[in-house]
Each structure stands twice: as C-alpha cells, then as structure tokens.
Design a protein around this ligand. Structure first.
Ligand code: HEM
Ligand SMILES: N[C@@H](CC(=O)c1ccccc1NC=O)C(=O)O
Length: 277
C-alpha cells in the first residue's frame, strides 16, 4: 500500500503535449465535439444529433469500403473485396444496434424539438443516397435534394456514371464465361431484372466448389442486402413508435413511404435464384 497516487509518467506515459500532436489533434476532436448545436432546450435533442452524426460517420466508412470493394472486383481481386464487404456488413450491424439507443426516446420527448427540425430529414442524407447508388439502387430522382450543393451533386452523379458494386459482380461473371444477358446502355438508370443473370447465379449455386469465389461473392452480396433491409426495418419501426403515422418533415407520407422502401431490392437476381435452387 502506498499513499502516493499512481503517476503514469513513472511508467513512461508522455504527459506534455506542447508542440506535439496529441490524441485530440490527430482526431480533430475540437471540430467533432464542437459540432452539436441543438436548436431547442429539449434534453433529448443531443441524443438525436449524436445518433445521426455517429451514423453518418459509419456511413462514411461504409462508403469508403464499398468504393474499394467495387474497384477490387473490377480488378479481379475477390479476396480483397471479401474483406471489405465483411467489414461493411459489420458496420451495418453496428448501425442496426444503434437504434436501441434512439428507441429510448418517447413521442412526447421527440415532440419537444421536432418543430425545430424544419423540413430537414434523413431523406436528404447524401451519404445514404451514395451507398444506395453505389450498391446499385439507382433512382436519379433522388439527386434533386442535393442540387443546391454542386460538389455533393457532382459526387453522386459520378457514382451514377460508374458501374455499381452489383454491376462489377455481373461483369466478373461475364469475364468468367457466364451468360449474363445485355448490360444496360445507361449505367445511371435502374437495372431491369434479368433472366439470363438468374441462370448464371443458378449455375454458381448449383456447384459451389466449381467456382467457390463466385459463390462466396454471391453470399457476401446477399449478406449486405440482408443487413441493409434490417436497417430499413429498424428505421420504419422506430419511426412508427416515435411519430406514428404523421407526415415526415421531409414531406413524404412518413411510415407509408418508408414501408414502400422496404420493397426495394438491390440484387434482385440473387433473391430470385433461391426459388429455383
Ligand atoms: C426519431 C427518429 C427518426 C424519425 C422520426 C425519422 C423519420 C423519418 C421519416 C418520416 C422519413 C421519410 C422522409 C420524410 O418525409 O422525412 C425518414 C427518412 C430517412 N431517415 Fe429517418 N427518422 C429518424 C431517425 C433516423 C436516423 C437515426 C437515421 C440515420 C441516419 C435516419 C435516416 C433516414 C434516411 C436515410 C431516410 C431516407 C430513406 C429513404 O429515402 O429510403 N433517420 N426518416
Ligand atoms: N423525418 C423526421 C425528422 C428526422 O428524423 C430528421 C430530421 C433532421 C435530421 C435527421 C432526421 N432523421 C431522419 O430522418 C420526422 O419526420 O420527424
């Protein structure tokens, strides 16, 4: 027993950061921790802001991993793409777990600051739209809320101009000799469901050992969509729990709109093929 409190300096800990990069410097914590600006005096508004900001940080990482995974597929580096797609699935799991925190907010608590949100809404989340576009869900109408921000609009359009993650998976199948049907003329538009591609995936699933990497790719994509659907479901359930059937601040019907979005399919042929296996 000693009366002197433990001093980590004795263990070699650096305690002086004048002129040296510290933890907060490296992580730009002043900028991040000074970026919460509640517009009301409601206690729960900070929860709402932190929940969205952390979600957007995870979305940023997911986008980074998905961009790299798409490039890896284009370069036939499936091993690298798998590593990244596994990480994206874990990120989505993290985002799914985060709803449990937001769910602690009741309708009465939310209504204390909802008016302060004006017409802002997650519907205008640029990174969410980028992830949808990059995955392959391409609805150019969703560009409109970003028209007033040319740099963001430009980045979203650049994603639409390039093949999606799913397009790269399909191109890979074609390089391996599978009949995948016609590639659509305009990559920026929604794909039509393609019967030839269902046949190609069917052959991959019929003999996994024959092309294990394509089989693994198919399952990674299904995993991605599975977690993505869970996110949408958690969102709509949390929304109904908190605002019921009120219209959204973004102008949509709210829960009815979000329920419709539950039916959006990212990789339709990968789901359709299951019926014939
Ligand atoms: C109190 C919690 C929340 C409520 C009441 C809520 C409500 C809504 C509503 C009603 C919409 C439909 C668009 C509109 O008219 O506003 C929407 C869209 C959206 N929200 Fe939330 N939301 C909540 C939390 C979150 C969180 C934590 C995120 C995470 C980033 C999020 C992201 C989104 C996204 C990305 C959309 C667009 C979905 C799409 O177009 O498919 N929301 N939200
Ligand atoms: N659309 C929500 C408002 C909302 O949730 C929101 C508002 C500003 C920033 C992010 C939001 N989150 C998700 O839509 C509502 O209608 O209450």
């Amino acid at each position: 027993m000693t009366d002197t409190p433990f001093d980590p300096a004795g263990d070699g800990a650096e305690m002086s950061f004048r002129g040296r990069m510290s933890y907060g410097d490296y992580l730009s914590l002043d900028a991040i921790l000074d970026a919460q600006h509640p517009l009301s005096s409601a206690h729960d508004e900070l929860l709402f802001i932190v929940q969205h900001q952390t979600s957007e940080l995870w979305l940023k990482l997911a986008l980074h991993e998905m961009e790299a995974a798409t490039a890896a597929l284009a370069g036939d580096r499936l091993d690298i793409a798998f590593k990244m797609l596994s990480r994206v699935a874990r990120i989505l799991e993290q985002l799914n777990g985060a709803w449990d925190v937001l769910r602690t907010m009741t309708p009465s608590e939310y209504s204390q600051f909802r008016d302060s949100l004006g017409q802002s809404s997650g519907f205008q989340s640029y990174q969410y739209r980028a992830i949808e576009f990059l995955a392959g869900n391409r609805n150019p109408a969703m560009l409109k809320p970003h028209a007033h921000r040319p740099a963001l609009d430009e980045r979203l359009r650049a994603i639409l101009a390039r093949p999606s993650l799913y397009d790269e998976a399909i191109r890979l199948l074609a390089r391996r000799g599978y009949d995948v049907g016609e590639e659509r003329a305009d990559l920026s538009q929604q794909r039509d469901e393609n019967e030839a591609l269902i046949g190609a995936w069917a052959r991959v699933y019929a003999d996994p050992a024959g092309q294990w990497d394509l089989y693994e790719l198919a399952e990674k994509l299904v995993d991605f969509e599975d977690y993505f659907r869970r996110w949408r479901f958690n969102h709509v359930t949390t929304v109904e729990r908190i605002i019921g059937l009120k219209r959204g601040t973004g102008g949509t019907s709210g829960v009815a709109y979000l329920r419709k979005m539950l039916d959006v399919v990212l990789f339709p042929e990968l789901w359709r093929v299951r019926t014939i296996l």
